[in-house]
Design a protein around this ligand. Structure first.
Ligand SMILES: NC(=O)c1ccc[n+]([C@@H]2O[C@H](COP(=O)([O-])OP(=O)(O)OC[C@H]3O[C@@H](n4cnc5c(N)ncnc54)[C@H](OP(=O)(O)O)[C@@H]3O)[C@@H](O)[C@H]2O)c1
Length: 278
């Protein structure tokens, strides 16, 4: 029988570690989240992030803005949060309404408060190996691999997806652990050639059912980052029911999702500690 890689379990243990650290901090860290518009999925994610942050003792603020808010007004809020010395870290929840350039907004966030780790400053620091706030989803995947003691040194790892927030930074993190990394994307020919050869496969695409059992090597490890809402239910990229009969696999929900939240919250504590010079 193969293992179910329960991200929820790993996330709970990470959150408990964070709670203990926060308990010992005289000044409790403060996370702010900017939510623009009424995207139902974003509402759920933001609620979860705030609730988990509060559970570990982090103070929270939510800045809710109307769907029709201008880019200029979002930039103003970002500036306010940058200047607010009581806010240790903040995020602007993606996606943003069409009239707002997301990259422009992210680039305005002070790198030391960028707890999503999405600014080019933090990405660049990570690239050259300097201390940085790292993007939560790929770091969450790495923490899961570490928790389950999955060997990466010299192993073949295939990442499906090359976005700036998941696939690309994940490839870099895996390289640092001495994996031989293959990155696949929408123009990749014969995806299964690359997945069948892999000891570890990470799917971060957003296409339910893309990864099937016949694409996976017997006994491999499969992490499913994909989240797509289908008929009100969240689906991953991997056909879990068939892949788990052949390989170790993370479920959706309960896999990479909770890890993203746990890492974000630990980034808030790290941001507070860095600001305090610790
Ligand atoms: N669990 C979480 O907390 C969490 C966090 C972040 C994201 N996610 C989920 O993870 C998934 C990816 O997110 P993202 O932000 O990285 O998405 P994204 O920016 O849309 O990137 C998707 C990637 O998948 C590639 N792709 C599309 N179709 C493909 C195919 N048929 N075969 C191989 N590759 C294909 C795209 O290739 P091109 O570059 O060629 O277009 C792109 O690189 C989404 O489902 C998202 O909801 C979950």
């Amino acid at each position: 029988m193969y293992r179910i890689l329960k991200g929820k379990e790993v996330a709970d243990s990470m959150l408990e570690e964070t709670r203990v650290i926060v308990e010992q901090m005289e000044r409790k860290p403060h996370l702010a989240i900017v939510l623009v518009g009424n995207d139902p999925a974003s509402e759920v994610y933001v609620k979860k992030k705030l609730q988990k942050a509060e559970t570990v003792g982090i103070r929270t603020t939510m800045k809710r803005m109307d769907e029709n808010t201008s880019e200029e007004d979002v930039l103003k809020i970002v500036e306010q949060l940058n200047d607010d010395s009581d806010v240790d870290g903040f995020i602007v929840q993606a996606p943003l309404p069409k009239q707002i350039d997301f990259t422009k907004i992210v680039e305005m966030i002070k790198p030391e408060k960028d707890v999503d780790g999405w600014t080019s400053a933090n990405m660049g620091r990570m690239f050259v190996g300097l201390p940085a706030l790292m993007p939560a989803t790929p770091l969450g995947v790495m923490k899961m691999l570490e928790y389950y003691e999955i060997e990466l040194n010299g192993k073949n790892v295939t990442v499906i997806g090359r976005s700036n927030v998941v696939g690309k930074p994940l490839a870099l993190m895996l390289l640092k652990k001495n994996a031989t990394v293959t990155v696949c994307h929408s123009r990749t020919k014969n995806l299964s050639v690359h997945t069948k050869n892999a000891d570890v496969v990470v799917a971060a695409v957003g296409k339910p059912g893309l990864v099937t059992a016949n694409m996976i090597k017997e006994g491999a490890y499969v992490i499913d980052v994909g989240t797509t809402r289908v008929d009100g239910k969240i689906k991953g990229d991997v056909l879990f029911e068939e892949v788990i009969k052949k390989a170790n696999c993370s479920p959706v929900p309960g896999g990479a999702g909770p890890m993203t939240v746990a890492v974000l919250i630990s980034n808030v504590v790290m941001a507070a500690q860095m600001t305090a010079g610790k």
